[in-house]
Design a protein around this ligand. Structure first.
Ligand SMILES: [Zn+2]
Length: 175
């Protein structure tokens, strides 16, 4: 298998298009996986002159992989789930690798449909916070960002099982 066929074979289609999240979120995750989201690094590569600083930690350049994988703010959200399950996970270097790695840990989950929406939920929460800071100068502290993530996760889980109303405790316990 040549390199481009290998890349296609490794592309995490199912983890992007078969998860039960709003369609606009699937498109957003697909753009993320292609590293084509309109983060500062991508805008600058198109010739725009901007101050390339992460809107969350304000410490380093805003790249797709920093903002969504390695930023300390984003790491807090991953740790909620990782600590809940008591598992060890080393954050991969790329979005596609993170999706594949998360899928590889599915066996730890009681409810795999819920497990699979966690990365998209983290990324959507971070993207909304980033845009709120960038365009509206509104900042939530890390506790509020964590709460936003949990509430969004519950909201999407409720939509998977529309006949049941599920509580935050139910959702966290089912992961
Ligand atoms: Zn950051």
């Amino acid at each position: 298998m040549n390199q481009s066929n290998q890349q296609i074979a490794n592309w995490p289609w199912k983890q992007i298009w078969r998860i039960k999240v709003p369609h606009k979120v699937s498109i957003f995750v697909w753009l993320l996986a292609k590293e084509a989201t309109l983060t500062v690094d991508n805008l600058m590569s198109r010739g725009m002159t901007l101050c390339s600083r992460c809107f969350l930690c304000k410490e380093t350049a805003e790249t797709v992989n920093h903002l969504f994988l390695h930023c300390p703010f984003t790491a807090h959200l991953w740790r909620i789930i990782i600590n809940l399950k008591g598992i060890a996970w080393t954050m991969p270097g790329k979005i596609t690798e993170a999706l594949s790695s998360w899928e590889g840990m599915c066996s730890h989950a009681k409810d795999r449909s819920r497990w699979r929406i966690v990365p998209a939920c983290i990324w959507w929460t971070i993207w909304k916070e980033r845009n709120s800071r960038c365009f509206e100068s509104l900042e939530n502290d890390v506790q509020k960002i964590k709460l936003n993530f949990i509430l969004l996760l519950c909201f999407w889980c409720n939509q998977i099982y529309s006949n049941d109303t599920v509580s935050i405790i139910d959702v966290l316990d089912s992961l």
